[in-house]
Design a protein around this ligand. Sequence first.
Ligand code: GCV
Length: 719
Amino acid sequence: MNPYTRILSFLAGVCLYSLPVAAQSGYRLWLDFKSLPTETADGYKQRLTALLFPVANQTDSIAKQELLTALDGLLGQRPTSVDTPQKTGTLIVGTPATLPWLAGEAIGEHLDHMGEEGYGIHSTTINGSPATVILANTSKGVLYGAYAFLGLLQGGEDITQVAITTRPKVTLRLLNHWDNLDRTVERGYAGFSLWDWHRLPGYRDPRYTDYARANASIGINGTVLNNVNANALMLTAPYLEKAAALADIFRPYGIKVYLSARFSAPIELGGLADADPLNPKVQQWWNEKVAEIYRYIPDFGGFLVKANSEGQPGPQNYGRSHADGANMLADALEPHNGVVMWRAFVYDDKEPDDRAKQAYNEFKPLDGQFRGNVIVQVKNGAIDFQPREPFHPLFGAMPQTPLMMEFQITQEYLGFATNLAYLGTLFSETLQADTYADGPQSTVARVVDGSLTGQSLTAIAGVANTGTATNWTGHPFAQANWFAYGQLAWDPEADAATIAEDWLRRTFGNDASLIGALLPLMMQSREAVVNYMTPLGLHHLMGWSHHYGPGPWIKDKQRADWTSVYYHQADKDGIGFDRTASGSNALGQYTPEVRKRFEDPQTCPDEYLLWFHHLPWDFRMKSGETLWETLCGHYYGGVAEVAGMQAVWEAQRGKVDSTVFQEVSDLLAVQHEEAILWRDACVLYFQQFSGMPIPEGLEQPAHPLEYYEHLQFHFVPGI
Ligand code: GCV
């Protein structure tokens, strides 16, 4: 890097917040370090009068600048930069390289537990004077520690007794952008792609820095820039140069760039006759392409691949397996330390007996056949990011293969950017699910963090919900899902409620009544969506193709498993997909303990009942009600819950920024209408089969079923 570029990129590094103040509503995310109440600030000021932070590189500079700016904002006091600990309270920040003497202090022993990316935050005494120390083995750890420390202050935590030592349990913590080169975002509801490809690499939008900063603040260390439905052009020199510009901006924030690779690129770009992974010319093409990428991006992370899925090309086009395809790319990347993230979201185009079984059927036999730098990326459930799915049966079923989790942060199936749905609960529910792969406590979290099977290559991905929207995510509360994903990627055992509270405090401040009201609202919000969209284990009932609104009537499409009737199987005799031994036996893909939990409809948890069972409308639920009554109860209950959320929010008027207040208020009103739409459409649709009345006392739908069936939505975002 020449000196001029270095200065420019440093300035970009410290140029926080690119938008004019008037347009900033929500732009600052959880990093808006506004002044704390005087009493809280005064409590901190004494301990934070001086800052001892020797800077060795650009990452250190960023961390130092963040601390100085944020402390100024929070406390109205900028600490004095010093070279030695002071008699007054000093904030000491460094690594063994920048502060060698720290390793000799008692707190230095914590360094052994921090690894490459972890950090410690400890209140201590140095030379008899109070000190707060942020220490780490690397500058990246220091940066994470600085953000975490500022989070403590935002939350009003007592910093006289802090003793935190932490390291991430998962090594690669990534966002997956389903961003296309024309700047549309597949299943994106927050505007267009952040990547302004046309103006890159010449123009480096300061927003790229703010993006990196937001991710670093929650421990995300990688980003896949382009859609898994990949365009081969992404691998051409002009686009690699653009990607390299982004990589340069992200690097000091500890974020690596990855790319989605189109499997047929050797044909499209290289003019080869095929893309057969066992064709030496194809291997050679990839070797050279990968070497070229590393010339542009020396720390390139690797490829994400969607192959033989939903029309994407892949090794099966040549009679080869997923392992053959992944290994070919892995061999090209291995000399450069790159990885292949090979997606298990596959289903073939023959009429399947049950799409839920297909990934397991294709991948389980390949266990142990992948190269060491391949990790198989598995969605949280076996169908497709539904409001609720049981955990994917592949978790725990491939002990000899690193498996990574793919969550969807963008709300494709949970109401886009109009519905408030806190997803920390969804993510956590999957991570805490017990696979029983190696006895009890074999949670999905332990598959993902590698501890169950001793895997050292560990990773997690979240399909991003970011875009050009001023507030990044469309719905102000969708920021919480980005935040929660980052926290759970760092520690899959983390508690969803604690994360939600942390986000609330960092976003809205520490008003106890506000937190007391909004925390339960967030914690219940996803369940409300489940209730008015797909209760009791129903799934895939959404509108055709754009996935907006209800569409339980969708049928007769080119593939049965793209329709709704395929999944709910409602008829005069009942509703639900029999996945027990008497049906598709998808349940047979789980361990006996999990099978036992789900196989008897009398004991199967209500949440998963119709996922695994086809039951008569008058089936007696554990509550004593019929299935039909319970189904109606959930649909109506979901709408009532949204009305409850509206009331709770209304009570916060005056306690949050007025622009954000109004936006959330308006969106909750939209959500309420959409919830009624879902409820009425689904209840009327299913009623034609149940032949039973909507239970007494519940409001009748405003229109007949035909009205809902004929609703058309044009220009829906995200396609
Ligand atoms: C990127 C679902 C989505 C598609 C998405 C696909 C995938 O089918 O609707 O938009 O494509 O999942 O995860 O590959």
